[in-house]
Design a protein around this ligand. Structure first.
Ligand code: CA
Length: 637
């Protein structure tokens, strides 16, 4: 199978031809015979046609029907090594309920009204990424979503939802607009296996267990049986988010499959998955298997899938789960292909630069992990666990603390995070990224404790936790890199202390829209920082020159203080002075000569909006409250 003679670049899957035929193609050099089975429904057992497929030279099996079999369900029956498997098509673009039967789809009929005019909004000065799960987003009945769309793709098409439907407090998409984030990262929306699509509505999983990599998940659709519906509804969600001013990023999990009992394995056993030298199953994903991205046809499969989602669903970016399980070569081909198709950097790419365990790479493939950032093509970013853990403690030890919640000696780490671990450190040694474009700056994502739950473990007093939370937010939003946040982080989201809620009840995972209202002070603090950041090139600059904008003044005694060259933006402040104080007491210091305006402090992130001289100070001593940040802008003379 690794013989280049079997490297195939032609079409696969079900093709509807312009002259009215339907052609099925499956790549399986090892099969003795393959048949295609046709069904009229995704639930009844009745097969209405069985057709043997013919083998071509590259190991592709093909069969053709003289009519358009639109909306017909199909499976392949594959005989390999004396075993016969009945399986869906690994290349399926549509399927029936619960993944088993693929469906022939005419994609042109799945476009919602207006899709041909759908266009992503122009990007502003900064991308602020907000991580959302489709079901979590709209499950809470207090969110005011239409009952039949709660937990569904279609909830994103409601631009004006409000708390309890009272028309007063925005929820859903209207809330996201209020908050000011720019990119919505959808947790996995391709078909996964852990939720029964025809079972109870409240069934929940994060969805990191893909089955059909090119089909939307059915449990988020209003009808999981008709393969057209989930496609149309996901497209509707993307279009509505675009219309509301957001770009959409897709969380893609190509590193493993829900189960080895699946289409990739059944059609070509052990080709698409890594095997260890002693014949064991490679399990660097800790989910039972690892796909073999470095193998030709597997790499092709992943690359084409990414391009498909970008083209057919207008996805604006991709977040790669466990990117460290992929090889650098594949990631770079994906980056370059997206650049070629859509323009350089138009589609964002970033991923988790790690694995959950060892993996059995072949052919000296280089892992797309943190140690190989500089081998990745420009425009591939990584989640920065160093800043994340420096801020609030290790994600693996609940009681561990970080800079904001009491660990001493973290000043240097925080200062490196301010420069997004980029450029040259003081003293000349290289940090690990070449520029802040590489770095996703964040403090929490869906994994591990929410920020609030983590702070609850480490800090007893609630009012102190609130200050710690604000300081963490202020540091993230006044550090370079591309800011990212877990949905609800800004309203003290809690999962009741559960640090791995991937299959916890929806009641634990859902966004609590009453809490969003109750904790709107914190959300408003984030909101002000987000709005401010969009005006501060000192932080949003992603160029190689960006780290040079930061000039450290102090990194000691729990204080990180720096001056930042802020020229080049629309704001009136050519220079910034930023002080983080992690101490439980206020600190005072003189500030550099000149006139300074307080832009944000530990409780008010909107001070920059204030008018008049009463908010400006001249050559004064500055006092920074305990566990808080302060941002000042120099006012030109
Ligand atoms: Ca599914």
């Amino acid at each position: 199978m690794n013989d280049p003679a079997y490297h195939y670049d032609g079409p696969l899957g079900a093709e509807l031809t312009e002259d009215g035929r339907t052609v099925f193609r499956l790549w399986s050099p090892v099969a003795r015979w393959v048949k295609v089975l046709l069904y009229r429904s995704d639930t009844t057992d009745e097969i209405f046609r069985i057709c043997p497929m013919a083998r071509t030279e590259e190991g592709v099996w093909e069969c053709e029907f003289p009519t358009l079999l639109v909306n017909v369900y199909y499976q392949f029956e594959v005989n390999v090594d004396g075993e016969t498997y009945v399986t869906g098509d690994p290349q399926a673009k549509a399927c029936g309920a619960n993944s088993a039967r693929s469906m022939v789809v005419d994609l042109s009929t799945t476009d919602p009204e207006g899709w041909d005019r759908d266009k992503a909004p122009a990007r502003g000065t900064e991308d602020i990424i907000y991580e959302v799960h489709v079901k979590e987003f709209s499950w809470d009945s207090a969110g005011g979503f239409p009952e039949e769309w709660r937990g569904k793709y279609m909830a994103f098409t409601c631009p004006n939802t409000s708390l309890n439907g009272e028309g007063r407090v925005p929820t859903g998409v209207a809330y996201l607009k209020w908050l000011g984030v720019t990119h919505i990262q959808l947790m996995p929306v391709f078909d996964y296996g852990s939720v029964n699509e025809t079972g109870r509505q409240e069934a929940f999983n994060w969805g990191y267990d893909p089955v059909n990599y090119n089909v939307p998940e059915g449990s988020y659709a209003t009808d999981p049986h008709d393969g057209n519906v989930r496609i149309r509804e996901l497209k509707s969600a993307v279009m509505a988010l675009h219309k509301a001013g957001f770009r959409v990023i897709m969380d893609v999990v190509y590193n493993h499959s829900f189960s080895l009992d699946g289409p990739l394995q059944w059609t070509v056993p052990w080709y698409f998955y890594r095997v260890t030298e002693d014949g064991g199953i490679s399990n660097g994903s800790a989910c039972g298997n690892d796909t073999a991205s470095e193998r030709y046809m597997c790499g092709r499969f992943i690359l084409e899938s990414v391009l498909y989602w970008a083209e057919e669903y207008h996805m604006d970016g991709f977040r790669f789960d466990l990117m460290g399980l992929h090889d650098v070569g594949l990631m770079n081909r994906i980056r370059l292909s997206l650049n070629e198709w859509f323009g350089p950097g138009e589609k964002l790419i970033y991923g988790e630069p790690w694995r959950a365990g060892d993996t059995a790479f072949e052919n000296q493939a280089i892992s797309a992990d943190k140690g190989h950032v500089l081998d990745l093509a420009p425009g591939i970013g990584i989640f920065c666990d160093d800043t994340r853990d420096a801020l609030k403690g290790s994600v693996f030890e609940a009681a561990d603390t970080g800079y904001v919640n009491g660990k001493p000696g973290m000043e240097q780490e925080i200062a490196r995070g301010v420069r997004a671990w980029s450029g040259a450190a003081e003293g000349g040694s290289r940090l690990y990224a070449d520029n802040p474009d590489r770095i996703i700056t964040y403090v929490t994502a869906h994994d591990n404790h929410t920020l609030w739950d983590k702070l609850k473990v480490t800090t007893k007093e609630r009012s102190l936790r609130v200050r710690q939370n604000r300081l963490a937010a202020a540091i993230c939003l006044t550090s370079q890199g591309r800011p990212f946040m877990l949905s609800g982080e800004e309203f003290l989201r809690t999962k009741n202390g559960i640090d791995n809620a991937y299959r916890s009840p929806i009641a634990i995972n859902r966004l609590d829209w009453q809490r969003a209202y109750a904790e709107r002070d914190m959300a408003d603090y984030y909101r002000g920082l987000i709005a401010l950041r969009k005006r501060l090139p000192a932080f949003y600059d992603k160029s190689d020159a960006a780290p040079g904008r930061i000039h450290l003044v102090e990194t000691d005694r729990g204080i990180v203080c720096f001056l930042a060259d802020n020229r080049g933006g629309e704001g009136p402040w050519p220079e910034l002075l930023v002080i983080y104080n992690a101490n439980d007491h206020p600190v005072s210091d003189t500030i550099p000569e000149g006139r300074w305006q307080v832009l944000a402090d530990g409780t008010d992130s909107w001070r920059w909006k204030g008018q008049g001289t009463e908010r400006r100070m001249e050559c004064a001593t500055l006092t920074v409250a305990p566990v808080s940040a302060m941002v000042l802008g120099r006012v030109p003379e």
